[in-house]
Write a protein that binds this ligand. Structure first.
Ligand code: PLP
Ligand code: COI
Length: 341
């Protein structure tokens, strides 16, 4: 199989249309058998539930070419379960977990020419989407849905890559609500974050730090990644909240940190205490680990001294371990990588 002629090393994080995608439709109370198709367009009613009431959720994971030439996907079963949970909260008929994993596998197999070669640092980003196609006028769930998985080769999410550090702004906006949908991957959460992210970019910041919507005193996450911090005595701390997305990357990193002998704490993290941390990082499928150097809280600069100019030592160790597992250089815990070919 010959790879596509793509400048893999210089890919950014964007949509690059690949040849095949997986589609299954839900009608008359059941999901059809699903199949791989070449049609990248979606034709739906002008009154579809996704258009008016944002009845949609999505997922994101990556396929990697390993050192020994296999193609693997990182923990797709976790994304399958998270999409299942998102669907339940949005009154969307969930797509079965085993079928989700199979659809991801079929999509990657159908687009192997687009999986970036080992050593380029790039990966094939896989984007499952689940949305209401059926017409609704009153506020209620639709009767018809589509589940679709497409893929796109991607490079780093943040242009500067991992060599230099991000500068964040404490946002005055909320990305979620108490008892809302912050803990699921609903499209509506991202719609909420667009105005704040454009504002932050226009002001020269890379991202927003969102606070808890109830008290606005605790650190939550950014628009597309979770946080972790490192204390001066090498403890790895990550915010605990019912309104942040449970990141699969973060969950994996906490396990790895523990395996590496670090003490790990998932707890409420107050904005007032973050100046005491020596490293700060964003973590997620797209972000991988992206170091944060500074947070600007309404003019007050909070500096993380060990991640000011690129990753600090513990972030770096976690990064090397995680990506080592993903690219097949290190054996990970059982079941973390699913071999496709
Ligand atoms: N938080 C938000 C809001 C996200 O969109 C993402 C990306 O999926 C994450 C965190 C990181 O989650 P994961 O590590 O599962 O990609
Ligand atoms: C991901 O990391 O998969 C996401 O969905 C985050 C988004 C910013 C692209």
């Amino acid at each position: 199989m010959e790879k596509k002629n793509i400048d893999w090393e210089n890919l950014g994080f964007g949509y690059y249309k690949t040849d095949k995608r997986y589609v299954s439709n839900y009608k008359d109370g059941k999901w059809d058998n699903g199949c791989i198709t070449e049609d990248s367009m979606v034709a739906i009613s002008e009154c579809a539930g996704v258009i008016h009431y944002c009845q949609t959720c999505f997922e994101g994971m990556k396929a990697y070419t390993t050192q020994d030439g296999h193609v693997v996907v990182f923990r797709p079963d976790m994304n399958a379960q998270r999409m299942y949970d998102s669907a339940v909260r949005l009154e969307i008929p969930p797509f079965p977990v085993e079928r989700f994993v199979d659809a991801v596998e079929q999509t990657v197999k159908a687009n192997l020419e687009y999986v970036p070669p080992f050593g380029t640092g790039a990966a094939l980003y896989i984007r499952p989407v689940l949305f209401a196609t059926g017409p609704v006028m009153g506020v209620k769930p639709a009767q018809e849905y589509q589940f679709r998985v497409f893929a796109s080769p991607v490079g780093p999410y943040f242009k500067k890559g991992s060599a230099s550090s991000l500068v964040l702004k404490v946002s005055d906006y909320d990305r979620s609500a108490p008892n809302g949908t912050g803990h699921i991957k609903a499209g509506l959460n991202y719609a909420m974050s667009l105005y704040p992210i454009v504002t932050a970019h226009n002001e020269g910041f890379n991202e927003n730090m969102y606070l808890d919507p109830q008290t606005r005193t605790k650190v939550e996450e950014t628009g597309g990644a979770n946080f972790f911090f490192v204390t001066a005595d090498n403890k790895v701390v990550t915010p605990k909240s019912s309104s942040i997305l449970p990141s699969i990357t973060r969950h994996s990193l906490m396990t790895l940190a523990q395996n590496l002998g670090y003490e790990v704490e998932e707890r409420e993290v107050y904005l007032s205490e973050i100046g005491d941390f020596v490293e700060c990082g964003l973590c997620g499928t797209a972000a991988v680990i992206s170091p944060v150097g500074k947070v600007n809280d309404h003019g007050r600069e909070i500096i993380f001294k060990n991640s000011q100019n690129g990753m600090g030592p513990i972030s770096k160790q976690l990064y090397e371990t995680l990506t080592g597992i993903q690219f097949g250089k290190i054996a990970g815990p059982d079941g973390w990588v699913r071999k496709i070919v």
